[in-house]
Design a protein around this ligand. Sequence first.
Ligand SMILES: NC(=O)c1ccc[n+]([C@@H]2O[C@H](COP(=O)([O-])OP(=O)(O)OC[C@H]3O[C@@H](n4cnc5c(N)ncnc54)[C@H](O)[C@@H]3O)[C@@H](O)[C@H]2O)c1
Length: 335
Amino acid sequence: MGKMKVAVIGLGVMGQTHARIYSEMAGVELVAVYDINQAHADRMAERYQAKAAENLEALFGMAELDAVSICTADDQHYELAKLACKHGKHVLMEKPLATDLIEAKAIVNQVKASGIKMMVGHTLRWDPRYYHARESIAAGQLGSPLHLYARRNNSYQNGLRLKGRTSVLMFLGVHDIDAIEWVTGDRIVEVYTAEVRNRLNEFNVGDAAVTTFKLASGAVGSYETSWVMPDHYYELDAKLDIIGTDGAINVNIVNQNIQRHAGGRFAYPDTMYGMEMYGRLTGIMKEELTSFVLAVTEDAPLPITVEDAYRAVLIASCMEKSLLTGLPVSVPTND
Ligand SMILES: NC(=O)c1ccc[n+]([C@@H]2O[C@H](COP(=O)([O-])OP(=O)(O)OC[C@H]3O[C@@H](n4cnc5c(N)ncnc54)[C@H](O)[C@@H]3O)[C@@H](O)[C@H]2O)c1
């Protein structure tokens, strides 16, 4: 095939990252962008030298279009996935697959029925530190994992900007739920979750959730996730500690291994996920989009299946059920 022709739907923080990376890739042409805010879409189209589609019918009606990135808010994935399946366009979907379990299952079924490729952007699958942990365990270097601890904490500004349209477990939790199963090669079978509500009360969502969980192998773990870390603290505080019978591994993403002090404040600039170098975006997000492009153009295997992405939503839903019932919840094995 010639250049892969792609469009980006939803032009917020992530949509702009996708649009920029595609527009900088040699074998890819960003042909269109779309956002419900037309004026914003027009500006982005000009910035990335693409067409601003007037509506979704016009976008999906573009015969030359091979694929779309869906980068709308967490609860705005389903209808767009359905359209992409109907029109036979491959999809790079931002995580989570959907926030509603029934919608998530319907997407899996439609993807299978339509034959399109769908890759869900669980970014940690392209993070070299998590990849290394997975390879170490797969090679048997740690023996059998016995207990683990994971954490993903974001700033209050993130919790605030999402205005309760999603939960901390669906927005952040799905990353580590998927990573825990992928890195260990094991299955989460039971979750028991508690939360605290305070700073985001006006949006009727929790500030942070803490889960204990069991894996099928018998290993146990705990997981903490928050989106209320104080302003001018860290942007991201993430960890994965695994203790095995023969070894241990620690992923620690707190200060990004770089600290800048300016204007009376410390900052910890991201140098891994999406950093500009020599005028181009480089890093984990670029690797993620590269995997999708290779899957479409060269039939390369997708590093994550749509069923894997469904499991992350399923387990996050079990955590949310545990919050409601106050009890441990078994993760269905036959779903
Ligand atoms: N992979 C990661 O590390 C990561 C990080 C942040 C966000 N995300 C995910 O990316 C997605 C987008 O998040 P964001 O932070 O960029 O959100 P955002 O709020 O910054 O942007 C969303 C954009 O989508 C547009 N939009 C909303 N509904 C739409 C619709 N129905 N059709 C077209 N456009 C629509 C909005 O106008 C807005 O421009 C979410 O699913 C989120 O969970 C992933």
